[in-house]
Design a protein around this ligand. Structure first.
Ligand code: XMP
Length: 322
């Protein structure tokens, strides 16, 4: 039968046999798959592993700390953080078209990762392996060839170009997401990482409708933190698949606050229920909770004077707005 313990022991033996005494790197995204994959490899080969975390400036509040502080404390993993916020903002300046944003973010991510990998290789005297958090459904999907057109170009931490000369280490290839979460818990990883809902690689960059700027990121980060805090407090984290929070940065509407007229931006709440993100329905969140979230966002986030609820299923809407 399947036990977290037996899976771990088997994988550790396999990884030791594969890697031997050579060096390995892994990109961490803040999500559960890369975190668990890296932790297993670290159990197997210790400090032969170096992890890389690219902070592209499009993360949510607290995510960098979860990786840099909590994850490192839980695992003892050797971590290099790349501070690439300025690089990404510069590359995104003036860009509003969703696919253009996605491609730029993917490209800059690979650039940052390659640079970090090159300096690690230099320090370590060569790196031969790259850890990827590929799950069983990803394996099936890429072999399946469904022939559907690309709707959005996905950016994943694992989505690196073929000309990176690494052999892959994929300890999660036989597992489903819930099994990965069990392993993560068994490994003592931070609950915020093990239980994290899906969050897209391009991050908040595709949740600002319009140009991505520092000020808009700060605003959206604050609104997003409020929504997450309230959904968690209401005990809805497992009932809801995820809840993108979107800033309509190029829309303004008139409002009134205190005794003055405001002319601010709307924030969209997009809570969805889903099994696999292929289809989704909008989540029927209690009205009182929506009211509380709306009051907090308009009260606490400068320049936001309206909160709206997205009541579109997928299809026809996608989960993310871009
Ligand atoms: P859509 O918007 O296509 O999203 O309905 C389906 C699911 O995928 C997530 N998503 C991404 N995840 N890289 C990721 O790792 C991406 O580029 C990306 N784009 C969307 C989205 O959050 C939802 O769970």
């Amino acid at each position: 039968g399947w036990t977290a313990d037996s899976i771990l022991t088997d994988q550790i033996d396999l990884i030791r046999a594969q890697i031997g005494d050579r060096k390995v790197i892994c990109g961490l995204s803040g999500g559960v798959d890369s975190a668990v994959a890296a932790a297993i490899v670290h159990k197997a080969v210790g400090d032969q592993l170096t992890c890389v975390f690219v902070d592209h400036g499009l993360l949510r509040a607290g995510e960098r700390e979860q990786v840099q502080r909590d994850y490192v404390a839980a695992t003892g993993i050797k971590l290099v953080t790349v501070d690439a916020q300025e690089q990404f903002l510069t590359a995104l300046a003036g860009v509003t078209e969703p696919e253009a944003k996605r491609k730029i973010i993917g490209r800059e991510f690979i650039r940052s990762f390659e640079n970090a990998a090159a300096s690690i290789a230099q320090e370590e005297g060569g790196v031969d392996f790259l850890v990827q958090g590929t799950l069983y459904p990803d394996v099936v999907e890429s072999g399946g060839g469904t022939g559907t057109a690309t709707i959005k170009s996905h950016h994943n931490v694992g989505g690196l170009p073929d000309d990176l000369k690494f052999a892959l280490v994929e300890p999660l290839r036989a597992l489903f997401k819930d099994e990965v979460r069990l392993l993560g818990a068994e490994l003592g990883l931070p609950p915020e990482i093990v239980g994290r809902q899906p969050f897209p690689g391009p991050g908040l960059g595709i949740r600002i409708i319009g140009e991505v700027t520092h000020a808009r990121l700060e605003l959206l980060r604050t609104a997003d933190a409020i929504v997450r805090e309230e959904l968690t407090a209401a005990g809805l984290d497992t009932a809801i698949w995820q809840c993108p929070v979107v800033l309509l940065a190029e829309v303004r509407s008139v409002g009134v606050q205190g005794d003055g007229r405001t002319y601010g931006h709307p924030i969209v709440l997009r809570p969805v229920s889903s099994e696999d993100a292929m289809t989704a329905d909008w989540s029927r969140i209690p009205y009182d909770l929506l009211a509380k979230i709306s009051n907090r966002i308009t009260g606490e986030v400068a320049d936001v004077n309206r909160v709206v609820l997205d009541i579109t299923s997928k299809p026809p809407g996608t989960i993310e707005w871009e």
